[in-house]
Write a protein that binds this ligand. Sequence first.
Ligand code: MSP
Length: 523
Amino acid sequence: MSKRFYVTTAIDYVNGQPHLGHAYEKVITDVIARAHRSLGEPVFFLTGLDEHGQKVQQAALAAGQTPQAYCDELATAWRSFATKLDLSIDDFVRTTSPRHQTTVQAVLTRLDREGHFYPDTYRGYYSAREETFLTEKDRRPDGTFDPIWGNVVELVEENYYFKLGAHQPWLLEYIEAHPDFIVPDYRRNEVLGFLRHNKLEDLCSTRPATRLGWGIPVPFAPAWVTYVWFDALSNYISVPADHGDPAVRAALGEALPATPAVEGAGPLSLWPADLHVIGKDILKFHAVYWPIMLRTLGLPLPRQILAHGWWQKDGQRMSKSTGNVVDPVAVIDAWGVDAFRYYVTRELDVGADGNWTDAGFQARYQAELANGLGNLVNRSLSMLQRYRQGRVPARSADLAEPAHQATQAVRMALAAYRLQGALLEIWALVNRANQYVDQTAPFRLAKDPGQASRLDAVLYSLAETCRVLAVLLWPFLPSTAGKIYAQLGLTGAPDRWSGAEWGQLPPGHTIGAVTPLFPRKDT
Ligand code: MSP
């Protein structure tokens, strides 16, 4: 059983509909997952939903539903959203599923038995909206709390705390010794700064079920439920446990049901995760709490955490109350999933913050997709139809060098998660090929029978460049890549990196029907 490249996203709260920020994270993770698949590595890509907690309980109440019915309904919508985004996921986790709950309870049982929890009285100011206790530091100079916290009430309650303090030294050392553990480096520095200058407080890990019923019961204290982060973070191991992962089952085995719900394929080796992709706002939970939880369980740490930035719209924070939102479903319905995937990946480097504007989206669609890639494929293959009845002529290598260079550069960019950089390299090849059409002027060559073999060479180089582009594009724009392949009359998908090598389009082969990839739109 060889270990798979195991890549995860954050699991989204189900207290509303998916928005641009959720979609962005899933798309960039899918690009990374597909890039690894293309290179021939077995991959396991996990995403899903975080369904417990106060916010969901409140949203369900407001909708007049039980929390479970509310979650079930929304989960269906979110699951189809993953399909809409064309995500190549291998599983979809819901924290209300029995398989997840069993693992969370096994984790708590094990850690309690080994003395990692203690009860204590909590007294503090609590923001229900943000599901968090506030401290004196959160007060404004006039003594009030910022309205972003909503209604703040004083609470006194017994809870269970997870001991974090003792772990600070080794964690700091670990992060210092592993420069690639948290990327990009400016996010790593934030975590290091936090660990160097603050004393790690123990983590309040429960809530009394009387106040918050919507959670996983704590096995050693059934009047409490698990508070969100223990529940949420454990999804990264509950799914491996369910697939029979040997590492997770060795750590939690005796507390888990005897037979994992492995269907067909047999057990999978997944843990440790190779990559957790998350937003910058939840980095501390992933880079500080999660490694400590894993260490106490005797499990290896994830190999890497990639923290992406946040999107705004028109320079403002997105907010449902002001209507300043981007609805990814509406964009995809109007422009196609690949136009959406392209824009969010091309617009910013992973790590940086982004700003969505409709004008910017439309400009990239017209210039880079319709006039750039779309036009290249359309005119290259149309000329092959017109001048050679769709039959691929003898091999030529006019564009072999730029195609080879692009392939190398894209591969390097992908390995460093420079997804924007990879697209820039791909478009350098698109532009080079469009220039080649203008320079060689095949429409003029076609008028001169003496230039027949020159025209053959030009047409081969263009069609072959389109084929190489399909392979390079597949992780980013899988459906467009598939369409290019189909228009070339090739079967299967351009999902193998080895296909990017020049010269694989066989002379004599007949291409398929040619249609525009990105129809021009009047906006
Ligand atoms: N449920 C927790 C995560 C638990 S992970 C074990 C959560 N959920 S969330 O729905 O609020 O956010 C899910 C992901 O979406 C996070 O990684 C978050 O950073 C990301 N985004 C939410 N809004 C975003 C933007 N406006 N822009 C980019 N990403 C954003 O946190």
